[in-house]
Write a protein that binds this ligand. Structure first.
Ligand SMILES: [Mn+2]
Length: 431
């Protein structure tokens, strides 16, 4: 077998809209809006500097089925740049950019292969000097929702070649993602392919070592749910056939979710110092990139009293943002650390729950809260009843209905703590 190396990337989501950020200062918003494109540029630079033989993209090249022209032009430019260096690109389309989506009439270089959605295809990767290096099997989503097992479409591996399966799918049914093209890791392992280049799950993970079954994750985090380094794998296949993987970050802006405990803090200064320290940690970890961070304040302590009013946290956040905005405006590409939000989930130093459980009225309230927390359906209908006037509002209702699904457990906890806190204050428990 001939030695070669390739890049396995997935879920480029080019031109992701980054909703909800319209209120950001432009020096913060623009790098974020450009981040999926900048990550693509870094991917191309990496392919060239590492002299890879080819690049694989395992679906969701574009963020939306109606693919913006800008996204298509940027991808075209990327494959053209790679073509000039003799690096071909193999791509399948996934649930975000299915084959029935809107496509601009563009001229693509011969070096890029978009796999058909009619049937799985198999392309041999051929090097002018070394001959056939590998064989890439792939298939694109015909429409957004593919719910049957895709494996039956894939042909058998070609004997004598290194066989790669390029597939956008939810292997082993990750419950956090839409269950498109469900299949099992066992089936993939048994298929006879030498490497499974998967896409769809945005978190990087290696599901099997031999043969490798791999999700590289997306190349750029798109929200606070997609934190940490994002990038691709460089895969080296030795002439002995042994395979080694190296992760390489290419993200342009990095997201962080950081928990901070208020335990032991007595005043605002300590909170400010701690947040500043954590922002410096983010900056160091982001290695020169801008970062966006969501803080979650947790734990028990005397500072809870200050934090239970919205003012102090908001004002502290605004001060930090102002400094970072100035920094971003002063220098293009500055590694600013923007605070996305600060969620307060703290509790008073004094264990209100314990005290309240001994109080008749509050004891009942806690029992109700515990029962609702343990029963999703009951909590759902409780929230619907309590929020009925808001839910019937034409605009607020739709917004709220979406949040109700995801955040009702947090709302219940917050309501419980608020009720306990108010009664405790009234009755002077913690004094
Ligand atoms: Mn995706």
């Amino acid at each position: 077998m001939k030695a070669f190396r390739f890049i396995h990337a997935a879920d480029l989501h080019l031109d992701s809209p980054f909703k909800g950020l319209s209120g950001l200062p432009s020096a913060i918003r623009e790098p974020l809006r450009e981040s999926t494109f900048d990550a693509l540029t870094r991917l191309v630079e990496l392919a060239i500097s590492e002299r890879v033989d080819f690049v694989l993209v395992a679906g969701d090249v574009y963020d939306a089925a109606d693919r913006s022209l800008r996204a298509q032009l940027r991808f075209q430019r990327a494959v053209e740049t790679l073509a000039e260096r003799g690096i071909p690109v193999y791509a399948v389309h996934g649930n975000h950019d299915p084959d029935d989506g809107r496509k601009a009439a563009l001229r693509w270089p011969d070096s890029v292969r978009f796999f058909s959605s009619a049937e799985a295809e198999c392309f041999a990767v051929t090097d002018a000097l070394r001959g056939d290096l590998a064989c890439v099997h792939g298939w694109s989503y015909p429409s957004a929702s593919v719910t049957d097992n895709p494996l039956s479409r894939y042909g058998s591996p070609r004997p004598g070649l290194f066989n790669i399966g390029l597939l956008h799918a939810n292997a082993d049914g990750d419950p956090d993602h839409d269950n498109y093209a469900p299949c099992s890791v066992r089936e993939l392992v048994r298929s006879g392919m030498d490497y499974w280049a998967l896409g769809h799950i945005h978190t990087r993970r290696v599901l099997n070592d031999s043969p490798p079954v791999v999700y590289p994750g997306n190349i750029q985090g798109r929200s606070v749910r997609e934190t940490g380094a994002k990038g691709c794998y460089i895969v080296d296949v030795a002439d002995s056939g042994s395979i080694s993987l190296g992760f390489r970050p290419v993200d342009a802006v990095r997201w962080f979710a950081v928990d901070v405990s208020i335990e032991g803090m007595t005043g605002e200064q300590e909170l400010r110092d701690r947040l500043e320290e954590r922002m410096r940690d983010c900056e160091a970890e982001a290695e020169g990139r801008p970062s966006i961070v969501r803080f979650r304040l947790q734990g028990r302590g005397p500072l809870h009293r200050t934090l239970s009013r919205p003012g102090p946290v908001r004002e502290l956040t605004e001060e930090f943002r102002e400094l970072q905005r100035r920094r971003a405006e002063a220098e293009e590409g500055a590694p600013f650390v923007w605070i996305e939000s600060v969620n307060v989930r703290t509790a008073p130093e004094f264990d209100l729950r314990l005290a309240a459980s001994r109080n008749g009225f509050l004891g009942d309230l806690l029992q109700l809260s515990d029962r609702l927390a343990a029963n999703g359906a009951e909590l759902q209908s409780f929230c619907e009843q309590s929020l009925a006037p808001l839910l019937s509002h034409p605009k607020a209702g739709a917004l709220l209905a979406g949040m109700l699904g995801e955040e009702r457990a947090e709302w219940l906890k917050a309501a419980e703590q608020l009720a306990l806190g108010l009664v405790a204050e009234e009755e002077g428990w913690d004094e």
